[in-house]
Structure formats: structure tokens, C-alpha cells
Ligand binder design. Structure first.
Ligand SMILES: Cc1ncc(COP(=O)(O)O)c(C=O)c1O
Length: 418
């Protein structure tokens, strides 16, 4: 039941090996080793390799291809925009209709008061801007972040990202960051004070293992921020743009952020991000003028792709589809857990932002799934977790394919054959 792909020229094995060699030789990598897959094409939930193998993609390039790879409306929007113009000015200098259109769309679903957005090119860049904005708006030095958090790898974003081994070699980072346990309001209350510029939080922790907080956590953080005069920054980089079955994952709870950051899926597969906030908070970037800048943020071709992706989600009922197929996926995973309770410890998720927890090491299981034609991922800050974040257009039949392959892999492990 893999999505049909148009024929592409197949490379010879020699050409495939040459790309793998040249990739290893020429591209600076942060993970050692030669890559297994040379990509030729991707469509819907299917990825095709240069030597003609098909994979069911249950990752979406880590929550990016929400409307599926190469959605025809996104491809057409990119093509048409590229024919008109791509980059023509530093962001904010000219009025670019595509920037207006994407900002109007994302702010229309962002909740009361959040009517303004600043466009970026990535999640880390969105979080950098949000931290600067919070610091300048409040005039305060301190940030509160959470254990297992991930907000990106640039200096500011890294400063509020939890894992010590990735922060420590780059110190000194931002000087006043306090990490508290996620989903622990007492700990948050002890940390948030009159020196706190902002609390930065993921509505569901992505790299932390798709961890869903208790119902009172985000509303409780809102109250604590209000009491201390701190801003609440909600990082929707991984969870936003429909992934959880709502436009933004925090909308599963009654909470109003001061700042939302987003990236990943908002560009429909191209580099685009956004910081969404109120006009009052953003006014601080105008005083003095040019307090924040980017050359490529809000690139018109990326905006055109984002507009098309937004319209696909809205007009094709993808939020409802995501909620329904997400529930189906979790139901199927639960049945696998019931079958292999010694191997699968937990299943969790909202919409198609899902994970299951293994009692054995995750990477060999992910590798075996890949061997059998299914792509899944591990997460950065939770060792036994397998992330399942397929394109939101996935069908129940494709979910059945995934579950069937997973069952085969777990059966092989249970019987000692893998
Ligand atoms: C919640 C969250 N914030 C920020 C980032 C960083 O985004 P980027 O890789 O686009 O810089 C990520 C990336 O995985 C993320 O999951």
C-alpha cells in the first residue's frame, strides 16, 4: 500500500556507492559512519532510494513533511513562486505578499492577541529570537527551562536545552538558566521569580520522548508567569502545524502563550520558521530599529510552500484526519504492546505525534525496521523511545503496513532470531 511513485532513473550500484563515499568524504557530519540510503524521490509517505528500494516513511524528516512529501499543491506553489522571484531583500525591507499571506494564516489560528509574527528559517533561529525578545521586553536576565528539553543548537537555544553533554563543551552559554523537572509545577514555582524573563517550554516534549504533561501543567505555568511578570514561550517547532491534531499542540489545554516559536512543517518542506507574539511585545525590536535581523528569514519561495501546506491542512480536513488516524495508530500499537509486554513498555502520543517505549535498546530495532522497509527514528533525550511521526496524510492501510512490519521485528526479537 505504498504511495505510487513516478518512475525515476535508477542509479547503478557503482553510482550509489560513489555518492555514499563522496558524502562521507565531503560533508561534515556529527554522526560518524557511512549513510545507508541514497535518496532518489519522496512522495506522500513513501521514500524511494537511488537503487530503487521503497520505504514507508514514519518520520516525516522529523515532523517536517506534515502534508506528505511533494504534495502537488506545494510543488506547484514552489514552482510558480520560483518563476516570479525568490530572494529580493533582507527580511522586512519590502512588503512581500507571500510573507503577509503566511503570517496572516498562522496568526489566524494562534489564539487571541497573537496577531504578529517574525519569520525565520529554522527552529533554533526562532528560539534565539524569542529569547532575545523576552529579555529585551522584560529587561530581566534569567530563563527557566525543563529537563529533557530540546530547543536547538545555536548558543541561545542550546543554553535552554537540557542535555549536559551537549551544552558543557560550549560553555560559557547564557549565564542564568535554571532547568526544572518537566511536568512539576512545584519545581517551576520555586524557579520562576522576579528575575525571570521567560519560561520556555515544549507543549509535549519531542526529543524528550513525546512526553505529554498533566492537564494542569501548561495552565499552571501560565499562572506562575503571570504572578512573576515573566513571559511564557511555547516552543511549537516540532508540535505545531497540525502534528498533534490541532494547529498548535498547546491548544489541547487552556493556555495562552506570550510567544510561540515554530519551524519544521510550516515551510511545507522548505526552510521557514516563525516567532508569533503580540504587537506590544514585538515593539521592543523596533526600539532601537534593527534590534533583530535576518537575511533569509521568510524567503518568498518557502513562504509560498508554507501557504500551500497550510491550505492543504485546512481544506483537506487534515486536523481531523490526524486525530482519527493518530487514535488508530495508538490503538494498533497498544495491541502490539499487549502482545509483547516484555518488549514494549509504553505507547503515547497526541494526533500523529507518537512514540513507543522499548525495554531493549531502540536503535537496533529502528535499524531492523529500516532493513524491512520502514523508517522510524529515535529521539535525542530518551534512550528507549521510538518516535512515530508519519506525514499527516497517512492512511489506515499504511499504518497497518507499519504495524505488520513492527510485529515481525518484535517477533524476531522475542524468539531470539534478531
Ligand atoms: C522542540 C524543538 N525546538 C527546536 C528545534 C530546533 O529546530 P531546528 O533543527 O530547525 O533548528 C527542534 C528540533 O528538533 C525541536 O524539536
Amino acid at each position: 500500500m505504498l504511495s505510487p511513485l513516478a518512475p525515476t532513473p535508477t542509479m547503478t550500484q557503482q553510482e550509489v556507492e560513489s555518492y555514499r563515499d563522496r558524502f562521507a568524504a565531503g560533508l561534515s557530519q556529527t554522526v560518524p559512519g557511512r549513510k545507508e540510503i541514497v535518496v532518489a524521490q519522496a512522495r506522500g509517505c513513501t521514500l524511494k532510494t537511488a537503487d530503487g528500494r521503497l520505504y514507508l516513511d514514519m518520520t516525516s524528516g522529523i515532523a517536517v513533511a506534515n502534508v506528505g512529501h511533494c504534495h502537488p499543491r506545494v510543488v506547484e506553489a514552489i514552482t510558480e513562486q520560483a518563476k516570479r522571484y525568490s530572494h529580493v531583500n533582507v527580511y522586512g525591507r519590502f512588503a512581500i505578499p507571500e510573507q503577509v499571506e503566511i503570517v496572516e494564516r498562522i496568526t489566524s489560528v494562534a489564539g487571541p492577541g497573537l496577531t504578529t509574527a517574525y519569520l525565520t528559517s529554522s527552529g533554533a533561529e526562532s528560539n534565539e529570537g524569542a529569547l532575545k525578545l523576552a529579555r529585551k521586553f522584560t529587561g530581566r536576565p534569567k530563563f527557566v527551562a525543563f529537563q529533557r528539553s530540546y530547543h536547538g543548537r545555536t548558543f541561545g537555544a542550546l543554553s535552554v536545552s537540557w542535555r549536559e553533554e551537549w551544552r558543557q563543551p560550549f560553555e560559557p552559554l547564557l549565564p542564568e538558566v535554571e532547568f526544572v523537572p518537566y511536568d512539576d509545577l512545584d519545581a517551576a514555582a520555586a524557579a520562576i521569580d522576579h528575575r525571570t524573563a521567560a519560561v520556555i517550554v515544549e507543549p509535549i516534549q519531542g526529543e524528550g520522548g513525546i512526553r505529554i504533561p498533566s492537564d494542569d501543567f501548561l495552565p499552571g505555568l501560565r499562572s506562575l508567569c503571570d504572578a512573576a511578570g515573566a513571559l511564557l514561550v511555547i516552543d511549537e517547532v516540532q508540535g505545531g502545524f497540525g502534528r498533534s491534531g490541532k494547529w498548535f499542540a498547546h491548544q489541547h489545554w487552556d493556555v495562552r502563550p506570550d510567544i510561540i516559536t515554530m519551524a519544521k512543517a510550516v515551510g511545507g518542506g522548505l526552510p521557514l520558521g516563525a516567532i508569533i507574539s503580540t504587537p506590544e511585545i514585538f515593539a521592543t525590536f523596533v526600539d532601537p530599529p534593527l534590534s533583530h535581523l535576518t537575511t533569509m528569514g521568510g524567503n518568498p519561495v518557502a513562504c509560498a510552500a508554507g501557504i500551500a501546506a497550510f491550505d492543504v491542512i485546512a481544506s483537506e480536513g487534515l486536523l481531523e484526519h490526524t486525530e482519527r488516524t493518530g487514535a488508530y495508530l495508538r490503538e494498533r500499537l497498544e495491541s502490539i504492546r499487549a502482545q509483547y509486554p516484555d518488549l514494549v513498555a509504553d505507547v503515547r502520543g497526541k494526533g500523529l505525534w507518537c512514540a513507543f517505549e522499548l525495554t531493549v535498546e531502540a536503535q537496533p530495532v529502528a535499524n531492523e525496521l529500516q532493513e524491512r522497509g520502514v523508517l522510524v527514528g529515535s529521539v535525542l533525550n530518551s534512550a528507549g523511545t521510538i518516535r512515530v511521526t508519519p506525514p499527516l496524510v497517512i492512511s489506515p492501510a499504511e499504518i497497518d503496513v507499519f504495524v505488520g512490519v513492527l510485529r515481525g521485528v518484535l517477533e524476531a526479537i522475542a524468539s531470539g532470531a534478531a
